[in-house]
Design a protein around this ligand. Structure first.
Ligand code: SAM
Length: 306
């Protein structure tokens, strides 16, 4: 796939700064589609409109990558994530510089990394199954899923909540960049999902890679169950053996995630689990290398009081 102008320059800058990333990205980008390459180009253009030079975007991406390497080293040595409580990780959400690099790096990874492209494709599959109504997202971060949902155009309105002010600003700017000022069918809230009123119900609930950021994921899932109605369709992705500064809940294997979702009162309709270079799942679990998984869920009607 031939990349467009900004993307080509960005990849060259990343390559100049890190040979390892250059090799990793050229392998990872083998199966990117023309549509994804065009979305990636548009994302890079968006970051440029936010007063970032291509060099700064490359640096922000590499900041994320370097931080992941650091956490991977810690994980191999101690077999656990560095932080395990929200209080230990809180300073990360409150650090605008870190969160800016983080949101930009992760936003790019949606298209640059094969693992995240697989997950994004599964999310698009989920959007096609949604029949409309009210859309709710927890932790939009860089805003890619939220904007994709708004483009799907089958929802009446859209709400998102994120604990990080920087991520809220990033999502808002990305919405404005994607739709101009013409849309007024969305609401973005800065806050902790734990504090969201359970009386408000939604038809479509999305939570991409947030579960591993909370101390009590089962309570978080039960809260999602509480804001679902009986026909809601829910999308949740999470990461297993994936050390990151703000990952505080360590899932060891897919079965653990599966069990927790069922325990929280969900029926699993479909799922995907993806690994770097598509190494088999059992091998990844044994070697404790990262797995990203995503699920399409419906409330289990037999577990009303879950
Ligand atoms: C890894 S990012 C996920 C971004 C995006 N959804 C994705 O799938 O790539 C995690 C996001 O969850 C947010 N977050 C973490 N804990 C939260 C909480 N308790 N309530 C709301 N948002 C939270 C973070 O600020 C961050 O934006």
């Amino acid at each position: 796939m031939v990349m467009q102008h900004n993307t080509t320059q960005l990849l060259a800058l990343i390559g100049e700064k890190s040979m390892l990333q250059s090799k990793f990205l050229s392998e990872s980008l083998q199966d990117i589609t023309a549509e994804e390459a065009s979305s990636l180009e548009s994302l890079v253009e968006f970051y440029k409109t936010q007063d970032n030079s291509l060099e700064q975007i490359a640096d922000k991406y590499l900041n994320l990558v370097n931080s992941l390497f650091e956490e991977q080293k810690y994980f191999f040595e101690y077999e656990k994530y560095r932080h395990s409580t929200y209080n230990e990780a809180k300073h990360i959400y409150e650090n605008p510089q870190h969160m800016d690099s983080y949101a930009i790096g992760l936003g790019l990874s949606v298209f640059l990394w094969q693992v995240h492209r697989d997950i994004m494709r599964f999310f698009k599959k989920y959007l096609k199954l949604c029949v409309g109504g009210r859309y709710f997202e927890i932790g939009p971060g860089h805003g890619e899923n939220f904007v994709s949902a708004m483009k799907a155009a089958s929802f009446d309105n859209f709400t998102a909540i994120d604990i990080s002010r920087t991520c809220i600003e990033q999502t808002l700017s990305y919405i404005k960049y994607s739709f101009g000022a013409e849309r007024n069918d969305y609401k973005i809230i800065c806050g902790n999902f734990f504090d969201y009123p359970e009386i408000d119900k939604f038809d479509s609930i999305v939570m991409g890679e947030v579960l591993e950021h909370v101390e009590n994921p089962i309570d978080f899932l039960k809260k999602i169950r509480a804001i679902s109605n009986k026909n809601s369709l829910i999308y949740i992705s999470t990461a297993i053996n994936a050390p990151q500064l703000d990952h505080i809940y360590h899932f060891h294997n897919l079965q653990e995630v599966y069990n927790m979702l069922e325990q929280a009162g969900f029926k699993i309709c479909d799922y995907v689990a993806t690994t770097h270079k598509n190494i088999p799942l059992d091998k990844a679990e044994k070697k404790k290398t990262p797995i990203v998984c995503a699920f399409i869920l419906s409330p289990n009607k037999e577990a009303q009081n879950a």
